[in-house]
Design a binder for this molecule. Structure first.
Ligand code: FO1
Length: 339
């Protein structure tokens, strides 16, 4: 079976770790046959990418790679395990900006390899493949595009109220903790971006397409903004199943609600499903998982033409996340067997 997932940062990476665990541990013969030899392809968001001190940092690709490669710092959810920040301290001592970005010493190793390879002319997809040779994430990680596509956030200038300025997403997210109301998001370069090699094939030949519980605006939304990708999902033969990143009206972590608010979307599991839309009416979803605490919202989601199920969605540990993944694949299997 070929599973293709669109993924952003921490939430998506944690879900994928559970999905891989579920696929690897399945023992029940009836499911084993269907799941035997399963490959997982992850289309990663690159809208968060940033040049920092001359290094190219790809937060969402690295979060997936480190999380699945067991090199992630589990508390932070980003950056490396056993990390130190001596280089950052030295840069700060020299008064070098930005000081708000947590650039770890081990993490710099990844950025040096990536930056050197990019400067040598290798596309990001090839570089990502090379970095994954070390980490062995157990999935095929492909950036959504090899082209530049950077998310910037239009906010009211804190130093000059009444005028709009554009902040790089990372500055808005890290320095301001998404506290400056975003007027809108602009993905610089997206109009000219093309899907990276393998992305379209992974959508066309998937048996299941999954939208994990990543940020629907700045992670999944950015991937869908690559010209042609949303249409590929709409036209895909595979069932498309999404997992709500919102539980009981709040994001499990991160500041997804700030992004939804900026996009005029209510912070509920149903509103996010309706934002993605039902494939039967030109949207993306065939199925949608909500947390058991949101079970009362399944009828309104079904009315929108999306098959909804309420299951536990808190990713408290690997087994809980694997169970979510199993529910996702079960809903996809149900959708495949019903016209
Ligand atoms: N997130 C923070 O909240 N603070 C940081 O200092 C920070 C540094 C950082 C460095 C490398 C990296 O790959 C991710 C980093 N992140 C940091 C997380 C990152 O901002 C977010 O994970 C994504 O961009 C949003 O999903």
């Amino acid at each position: 079976m070929r599973i293709t997932a669109l993924a952003g940062g921490i939430g998506g990476a944690r879900f994928l770790r559970g999905l891989r665990h579920h696929v690897q541990r399945v023992t029940d013969d009836s499911v084993q046959r269907e799941i035997e030899g399963t490959e997982i392809t992850v289309i990663g968001n690159t809208g968060d990418d940033i040049w920092i001190h001359g290094l190219r940092v790809c937060p969402d690709l690295d979060t997936v790679m480190y999380t699945l490669g067991e090199g992630i710092d589990p508390e932070r959810g980003w950056g490396r395990l056993d990390e130190t920040f001596h280089a950052k301290e030295e840069l700060t001592a020299y008064g070098v900006e930005p000081t708000w970005f947590g650039l770890g010493d081990r993490d710099i190793g990844t950025h040096l390899v990536r930056t050197t390879s990019l400067n040598a002319g290798y596309p990001l997809s090839r570089v990502t493949e090379a970095l994954c040779e070390r980490w062995q994430p157990g999935v095929h990680l492909i950036p959504m595009t090899d082209d530049r596509a950077e998310t910037h956030v239009i906010v009211d200038d804190p130093d000059n109220p009444g005028t709009d300025i554009a902040l790089h997403f990372q500055e808005w997210w890290i320095r301001y903790r998404a506290s400056l109301p975003a007027r809108r998001f602009v993905i610089v370069g997206i109009e000219e971006a093309t899907p990276a090699p393998g992305v379209v094939d992974a959508l066309r030949n998937a048996d299941v397409i999954v939208l994990p519980p990543s940020n629907p605006i700045v992670s999944i939304g950015t991937i869908l903004a690559v010209p042609g990708l949303a249409d590929e999902i709409r036209a895909a033969t595979a069932p498309v199943v999404g997992v709500s990143p919102i539980i009981s009206g709040a994001p499990v972590r991160g500041m997804t609600d700030a992004c939804l608010r900026a996009s005029g979307i209510e912070t509920t599991a149903a509103a996010v499903a309706q934002h993605y839309g039902a494939r039967t009416s030109g949207g993306l979803l065939d199925g949608w998982l909500v947390d058991t605490s949101d079970a009362t919202s399944t009828p309104v989601i079904e009315e929108a033409g999306i098959t909804a199920r309420a299951v536990p969605l808190l990713m408290t540990d690997l087994d809980a996340t694997a169970a979510m993944a199993a529910e996702t694949l079960d809903l996809a299997s149900h959708l495949r067997s019903t016209p």
